[in-house]
Design a protein around this ligand. Structure first.
Ligand code: ADA
Length: 573
């Protein structure tokens, strides 16, 4: 399952999760679809979780036989493939997708009944073909790492639902935009029925040309709905039905929460109330599952968030599995989701196309989650050069164009050299006083110096905006303990986090604070160049980023209780 609920009650959908034939191949892996597959692999999974493939970077060929009871259209939906998928059906290439962290579909029109061979070539290699997946301070796994579904659709089907809750003096309404797609060879028309709670609307569709899509919009006015927030995470099902000649030929559902997020000067308002965010940056990573953390693992992580009195999760540094977002909707955990980028060089040949695609696919697929309060991108990228300014203008402008209902941000690390704050609705800083910069006791003074600049014209548009301290923390190798609190000890991490939380959670100018990071995660072993070795140059003992408050197995470090004390007292203030 790609979601925690059924997106379709009428449309036939089956899961392709389970064992697939598998052939790992080094190098480029060739382009000929293999005949022989010597082993099998679980889907979804990362191939690094197989004992003999722990560090395998190359090509994995996957094969599955699919059966069609009668001639028709199939739509394959992939939750995520890491990091590049090339899809073949009966030996013919039918689809291609880059980036592990966004879903994609492959439509197979007019397939004959009977068996068909589905093959997916998966590539997790680095090089000029990959601008976002690069040697980095997290690991790029390989595999079909999120669920796969097989949908049976008619020529005309419901492709996307976009729902934006709005509030005025008369109450809540839901602004709906629906994308309908025609994969047939003749023009098609139909009627669309939309309903939420007790209100529905019916629209006649314009004729949809063969191979085209159309979008129609309407407003729904449900009576007496409850407002969504962390205190009351009430969700409602938006139902769409596509009718032709009075018969329902397709359906699509998604959950909505009635909430409104707004920036007003330096305040971030949720349902007109000032919001104060406290939580973590979380990578999708686990030593037993890689990035393919199963739903039970996601739920465990969120249970730890709740135990620590968190209300905020940043999906550092890429769009997350939709089931994690569904769980945040259900639990009322606020989310900053960002398109895939961390210290990403803009000069790589595929960067522009790939960051644009990751951004569009993130917003279009995750649009309806009430938990997502802001969109981000370009973590710690170039905000100094003229070219860097142009990229930030474009990507943040694209986020706003895709969704004008949510504020935008990016996590910067260049302090007073940053020339891009004017493009963001929310200013976000990654600050490592006590780890990369100076001593922990400098935290408060450092913040005051930054604020003096921020609220001056020199910040080029950063003044009078909400401020999030989007990263702060220190490394602690699990089990390294010493009373003098030397760096890398768990005691030292406590000192840094205690000081940072005391300052950031209580400063009136700080809207939110996200600790770097939730759990220890695997980092890429390969360096960015011959001389750069992650496990030494970046100070990554164990080839891990050790700044978690829990280790990679979610075992608490000493700092767990420090964080809990601060977040709990902050919550009750
Ligand atoms: C940066 C980066 C994080 C992580 C962190 C660290 O702020 O955004 O991904 O690498 O540094 O641990 O140093």
């Amino acid at each position: 399952m790609i979601r925690t609920f059924n997106e379709h009650l009428l449309r036939p959908v089956s899961s392709l999760d389970g064992l697939w034939d598998f052939l790992p191949v080094g190098g480029s892996g060739g382009t000929e679809v293999p005949e022989l597959y010597p082993r099998r692999i679980e889907v979804p999974s990362a191939w690094e979780t197989l004992p003999d493939l722990r560090g395998f970077r190359g090509i994995g060929w996957y094969r599955k036989t699919i059966r069609l009871a009668s001639k028709g259209n199939l739509r394959l939906v992939f939750g995520g493939v890491s990091h590049t998928a090339t899809v073949f059906v009966d030996g013919q290439q039918t689809g291609h997708h880059y980036d592990a962290f966004t879903p994609f579909d492959v439509v197979l029109p007019h397939l004959e009944s009977g068996e068909h061979e589905l093959v997916v070539k998966v590539d997790n290699t680095f090089g000029d073909h990959s601008a976002l997946h690069i040697p980095n301070d997290y690991y790029t796994y390989g595999g079909i790492t999120r669920s796969v579904e097989l949908h049976e659709v008619g020529d005309l089907f419901l492709d996307k639902l976009f729902a934006t809750p709005k509030r005025d003096e008369s109450g809540w309404s839901l602004s709906c935009r629906v994308r309908i797609r025609n994969i047939g060879q003749t023009a098609r028309a139909g009627t669309l029925c939309l309903s939420v709670v007790d209100h529905s609307a019916t629209l006649d569709l314009p004729e949809v040309a063969p191979g085209a899509s159309v979008e129609v919009e309407t407003e729904l006015f449900p009576d007496s709905v409850e407002t969504w927030s962390s205190e009351t995470p009430v969700l409602y099902m938006l139902e769409a039905r596509l009718m032709r000649d009075g018969i329902c030929v397709d359906d699509k559902r998604d959950r909505v929460g009635f909430r409104e997020i707004r920036v007003e000067g330096p305040a971030l308002l949720l349902n007109s109330e000032p919001l104060r965010l406290r939580g973590f940056n979380r990578h999708e990573d686990h030593p037993q599952f890689g990035c393919a953390v199963p739903p039970a693992g996601m739920a465990l992580d969120l249970a730890i968030f709740e135990d620590l009195h968190c209300n905020f999760l940043r999906t550092s540094h890429y769009p997350n599995d939709q089931r994690l977002l569904d769980m945040c909707d259900e639990r009322g955990i606020y989310v900053w989701e960002e398109s895939h980028s961390r210290q990403t060089p803009f000069q790589k040949p595929m960067f522009d196309a790939q960051i644009r695609q990751s951004t569009i696919e993130m917003v279009e697929n995750h649009f309806n989650h009430p938990c997502i309060l802001m969109w981000g991108s370009l973590n710690e990228c170039d905000t100094k050069s003229d070219y860097g300014v142009e990229v930030h203008r474009e990507v943040l402008g694209l986020l706003k164009q895709l969704d004008s209902s949510r504020p935008t941000t990016f996590a910067g690390h260049l302090g007073t050299s940053d020339r891009c704050l004017g493009f963001a609705d929310i200013v976000s800083w990654n600050i490592y006083v006590g780890w990369y910069l100076g001593q922990p006791e400098r935290t408060a003074a450092d913040l005051e110096e930054r604020l003096r600049w921020l609220d001056s014209p020199e910040s080029l548009g950063g003044a009078n905006k909400p401020l999030i301290i989007s990263e702060f923390g220190a490394g602690a190798i699990p089990g390294v303990r010493n009373p003098q609190a030397d760096p890398w000890s768990e005691e030292f991490q406590c000192v840094v986090l205690d000081e940072a939380l005391k300052v950031y959670l209580n400063h009136p100018r700080v809207t939110g604070a996200a600790i770097w990071q939730f759990c220890d995660v695997r980092v890429t072993r390969e360096g960015n160049s011959e001389t750069y070795n992650a496990y030494s140059a970046m100070g990554r003992p164990r080839c891990m980023n050790n700044k978690g408050v829990v280790d990679e197995y979610r075992r608490p470090k000493l700092s767990y209780e420090v964080v809990k004390r601060h977040f709990q007292s902050f919550q009750t203030d």
